[in-house]
Design a protein around this ligand. Structure first.
Ligand code: ATP
Length: 362
């Protein structure tokens, strides 16, 4: 009998519902064609619009349901005009990362053959690397509780041994896995600022200790500023990059830029038990309600969810379905058949999602 996986869905704000609906539709059709697994989707309230009417951004019932689900699928949350009393933005996605210890923010940066990139990619080179952003501490540690007086403001950067060890272990495991699948040479680069800050020297020392347990993977280091330069000059040299929360926040948008924009950049926040899958972009209120948001980042995030569930539950066909969705998206992008406005086309959200469905040929 097919195994059913419960998916907690957060449609969020702005373009969130517009890109979530067609993504869930694709995932449902994929599951319907499988004899091995079924997917059950339940939508839960959270986000800025919900806060505006209820005074709660992430109700306890939604948090509990997310914890009980097999995976969490989230679009985008936050609206510029809806803020907490201290002026900070509503961001339940960050609360979920903290609540479930989702320390590994996984941001694949991939430009498949024929896909547009603002960079000129030399013949024989390929952009295909994964940026892992620590997602529970670093410079986000005091988020919402930084000290501000008339004359001074302070936030705290926190690096712990426990989280760093798990993070680096995750990065080395991923590099091993990519090496086996021939996606990468088996290399992890620790991105830091160890030449200036003691906290980053500590971060790097834990990385070096972890590296000793993975002799089949090359371990090296790069400063964050140099990494920004190399991501533009020679991104094809990277395999797995692992870094602190704020550095990763910034570099992952640069990675999205290499792929053509935020509309095509997926992500996952993964812990030891639970994981959230969501696009790198925000709620894009400037284009909300117009049906022109690019759904590709959301669809690719759904594909990452299937791959993660497949590996976690040892179900090869589920993981393979995630890869099939990714390949279908890559074909659509290479063919240039349904290009949304952010990439210079005129296709609607639904046109693009339909093109992916057609490419899947279910
Ligand atoms: P956040 O801080 O919540 O991550 P942000 O300030 O980075 O949000 P976004 O909401 O991601 O901002 O939007 C940045 C720009 O990218 C906007 O002009 C938006 O319209 C565009 N954008 C983001 N996502 C998409 C998408 N899926 N399709 C088309 N355009 C998008």
């Amino acid at each position: 009998m097919a195994q059913t996986f419960e998916i907690a869905v957060f449609e969020g704000d702005g373009i969130g519902p517009e890109i979530m609906v067609p993504t869930v539709n694709i995932l449902k059709k994929m599951a319907a064609a499988s004899a091995d697994y079924a997917l059950s989707f339940t939508t839960h309230p959270a986000g800025a619009a919900y806060y505006a009417i209820s005074g709660e951004s992430l109700p306890q019932a939604s948090l509990d349901a997310a914890g009980q689900a097999d995976a969490i699928l989230l679009s985008a949350m936050g609206l510029p005009d809806v803020r907490y009393a201290d002026g900070t933005e509503i961001s339940p996605q960050i609360d979920l990362r903290k609540a479930f210890n989702l320390f590994a923010g996984v941001r694949p940066v991939r430009v498949a053959d024929g896909q547009h990139s603002p960079l000129k990619i030399p013949k024989g080179r390929e952009i295909d690397f994964v940026l892992i952003r620590e997602s529970t501490e670093g410079l986000f540690y005091t988020q919402g509780s930084g000290e501000v007086s008339e004359t001074e403001a302070r936030e705290t950067l926190r690096i712990t041994r426990d989280v760093s060890e798990k993070l680096f272990q995750f990065a080395f495991n991923l590099a091993q896995d990519r090496k086996v699948r021939r996606n990468g040479p088996g290399r992890v680069t620790c991105v830091d600022k160890a030449n200036v800050f003691r906290a980053f020297a500590f971060f790097r020392s834990i990385f070096d200790e972890t590296a000793k347990r993975f002799p089949d993977v090359v371990a090296d280091h790069a400063y964050v500023d140099a990494t920004a330069l190399w991501m533009v000059q020679k991104p094809w040299d990277f395999d797995v990059l692992v870094t602190e929360n704020m550095f990763g926040d910034i570099l992952s948008d640069l990675g999205a830029g290499l792929m053509g924009g935020l509309g095509v950049a997926p992500s996952a926040d993964i812990g030891l038990e639970q994981a959230v899958f969501q696009p790198c972009h925000g709620s894009a209120p400037d284009i909300a309600g117009q049906g022109k948001a690019n759904p590709i980042a959301m669809i690719l995030s759904g594909a990452m969810m299937l791959e993660w569930l497949g590996v976690k539950h040892d179900m090869l066909s589920l993981a393979a379905d995630g890869q099939r969705i990714r390949q279908a998206v890559e074909r659509v992008m290479a063919d240039g058949v349904a290009v949304t406005a952010d990439l210079g086309g005129a296709a609607s959200t639904i046109d693009t999602a339909d093109a992916v469905l057609a490419a899947l040929d279910l």
